[in-house]
Design a protein. Structure first.
Length: 99
């Protein structure tokens, strides 16, 4: 068989051993994700939910899901929220420059 196939099979064998409780040959990585308090970030802007959702380009329902903890922002939305958390006026400033 090919080298790629052999590597995939070895990985699957390692996964099976790990799932059966033998962690002696495994490497486990712990990833810590900081929670984003979307409601607190929005409040620093002084905008209503509808206004804030429009300003960052998401549906109000999406914002509500984030604020109520049913979902978490991902990817670019997470980055944008981090920027707003550092500088609450950044979205309005950038939109004003482009209009």
């Amino acid at each position: 068989m090919s080298k790629a196939f052999d590597k995939i099979m070895a990985g699957l064998d390692d996964a099976r051993v790990y799932l059966n409780g033998d962690e002696s040959q495994s490497v486990t990585h712990q990833i810590q994700v900081e929670a984003i308090d979307v409601s607190a970030i929005r409040e620093t802007t002084g905008l209503s939910q509808a206004q804030f959702a429009r300003s960052i380009g998401v549906a109000k329902g999406t914002l509500l899901n984030w604020e109520h903890g049913r979902r978490s922002p991902q990817g670019p939305a997470k980055v944008l929220l981090a920027l707003v958390a550092k500088r609450p006026s950044i979205v309005q400033e950038l939109l004003a420059e482009n209009s």
